[in-house]
Ligand binder design. Structure first.
Ligand SMILES: Cc1cc2nc3c(=O)[nH]c(=O)nc-3n(C[C@H](O)[C@H](O)[C@H](O)COP(=O)(O)OP(=O)(O)OC[C@H]3O[C@@H](n4cnc5c(N)ncnc54)[C@H](O)[C@@H]3O)c2cc1C
Length: 287
């Protein structure tokens, strides 16, 4: 009998296949063209896709669920990554994988992937982007896993919008590669080698130093516990709920499969009450 893969998340009710969850996302394969190491902290996978319609892949900050393991008789093990760039003429996408030390499903996939490998994915899902309102400046707080999202967001930065971004990474080159649109100032928070990701609370400290917090619209993504603290701090400091988009991209010490189990349980409870995916307050889940 095949070994049980504990990273596979069961969807007994089939709720993840329903339209409220799928919302026009498609199942698609990405054929790996190349895997490069533009700098030490990142493996950049360039792949070819053949979407039914390229339009949904064009706006910045699209997320995809990639099937990094496909255990027999179980649902695939999936992980969420960002489409850093999409070239509609070549039908090519770029995904940056931040390298981390764990022997995890995504890292194992990366080690085994070669040109020609086909990666099944579901997507794209439009992820949040900074929401300018009135004359507010946009503040961005991002760790290294959110640099691909910030890259895509800055590449499409609307003229005239003012913003500031604080980026935490152990790798200066990952910061240096970011676009510098007019009106945006970028601040590098260089995490020293040997300090574990998600442990220094650097982004939280940067958020605490934000002058006149109630005058900003905020987009933040990074380690889940730090992001929840950052969100709570900014709420108390007077940032309106509608001016706050704070996302937990990963959780220190916990696999994404366990996070997905918690998300699924909450989503099932919401659906049972007749509510939809929008009402799922991900950052507030008790994980
Ligand atoms: C919307 C969204 C977009 C994302 N986009 C990207 C992206 O473009 N690039 C990217 O690299 N990541 C991105 N992430 C984060 C990525 O999904 C997680 O890092 C994921 O946990 C990686 O899966 P894994 O199989 O390697 O590790 P898991 O099996 O999920 O976790 C195993 C262990 O590794 C640790 N771990 C996971 N990620 C990291 C990390 N980055 N640093 C240190 N320890 C870690 C966990 O805490 C856990 O202890 C995104 C997440 C979301 C929700």
């Amino acid at each position: 009998m095949a070994r049980i893969n504990t990273q596979s998340v069961e969807d007994r009710s089939g709720i993840l296949e329903e339209e409220d969850h799928m919302r026009g996302m498609e199942r698609i394969g990405m054929e790996v063209i190349s895997i490069s190491r533009p700098f030490a902290s990142v493996a950049r996978v360039t792949g070819r896709i053949a979407p039914a319609d390229p339009a949904p892949w064009m706006p910045p900050n699209q997320a995809v669920r990639i099937a990094v393991e496909e255990p027999e008789g179980q649902r695939p093990v999936v992980r969420v990554y960002t489409i850093r760039a999409f070239d509609p003429l070549r039908s090519e996408v770029e995904i940056d994988f931040v390298i981390h030390e764990d022997d995890s499903p995504a890292m194992r996939w990366l080690k085994s992937a070669r040109p020609g490998t086909v990666l099944p994915m579901i997507g794209p899902r439009q992820h949040f982007i900074p929401l300018p309102s009135g004359d507010r400046r946009a503040a961005i707080f991002a760790d290294e896993t959110a640099i691909p999202a910030v890259y895509a967001i800055l590449m499409a930065w609307p003229g005239g919008l003012k913003g500031s971004a604080w980026i935490e990474t152990p790798d200066r080159a990952a910061f240096d590669e970011l676009p510098r649109p007019d009106g945006v100032d970028l601040h590098l928070i260089l995490r020293p080698a040997g300090v574990a990701p998600g442990s220094a609370q650097n982004l939280l400290q940067a958020a605490k130093a934000l002058p006149d917090p109630q005058t900003w619209t905020v987009w933040a993504a990074g380690e889940r516990v730090e992001m929840r603290d950052l969100r709570n701090h900014l709420r108390k400091a007077g940032v309106a709920r509608t001016d706050l988009q704070v996302l937990g991209y990963w959780k220190k010490g916990m696999s994404s499969s366990d996070l997905d189990r918690a998300r699924l349980a909450e989503y099932e409870a919401l659906r049972a009450r007749g509510l939809t995916l929008e009402t799922l307050g991900d950052i507030d889940l008790p994980v």
